[in-house]
Design a protein around this ligand. Sequence first.
Ligand SMILES: Cc1cc2nc3c(=O)[nH]c(=O)nc-3n(C[C@H](O)[C@H](O)[C@H](O)COP(=O)(O)O)c2cc1C
Length: 273
Amino acid sequence: MMATILVDQDLCTRCGICSAICPSRIIDPADEHALPIVKDAKAGMCMQCGHCEAFCPSQALLLNVRPDEKVGIPAGAGAISPSELGYYLRKRRSIRHYRADPVPRETIAEVLDIARYAASGGNGQPVEWIVIHDPKKVQRIAGLTIDWMRTLLNTDHPMSGYFPGLIGAWDAGHDVICRGAPHLVFPHIPDAYPIAAIDAIIALTHFDIAAPSFGIGTCWAGFVAGAAAEYTPLQHEIGIPQGRKVAYAMMFGYPQYTTYGIPRRKPLAVEWK
Ligand SMILES: Cc1cc2nc3c(=O)[nH]c(=O)nc-3n(C[C@H](O)[C@H](O)[C@H](O)COP(=O)(O)O)c2cc1C
């Protein structure tokens, strides 16, 4: 899809930043006679990233992609101190005990809406989502994940070492797969689009990071993701759209317990060259 820019001649200061910042270098800078412009011949190279608009100091420029949806940033919004952000991220923990009360769909949609702004290769934005909101369906998915493990016992599957213990615990009545989480979220991506898998993990990481600010706890669901990648009965239960595949899985819900401390991690390993 081609996109062009709309420039407000009263607001544009002809500073040249839109032209300098454009990753595709397709904006001809303003001069004394003309405003910044994307010539038709170059418009097809626009990846609609919106840098021209986002970096315009006088907010004179609108990328002509869903222009009606443009919202401004309130003064001072989003200015988190490194210290606050550091505590916020260090406090994030995998949550494996959940309250039964559901997270309202509108709240989940708000978290997903934030994840829409995650980076994606070439601004492809290939990620779509399936939210399993019904806790009974989450339990069926956990059960199918265990069924998948049973099919792989005594094989050389890379995760098979975990399976006997998990199956034994499940059979003894413990949900070691979804941990009693009321909800699951699956980012899904086109079958034939190699970089989309990375885009999906980035988007799901944004979900993981944004969720605690809504009081929501999360845990990456590696076993569910493993099963969803290859076990047809589970794929049918999830209801993955034609031509797309699940990229990963995350359980979430309101945490039963509160985080008070920060555990130790390996020392920073970095080489400066
Ligand atoms: C890719 C990935 C898959 C994971 N899969 C599971 C899982 O299936 N079940 C689980 O209880 N935790 C899972 N975890 C959570 C890790 O065990 C957890 O991140 C790790 O122990 C560190 O704890 P923290 O997240 O609280 O810092 C997974 C984490 C990642 C990153």
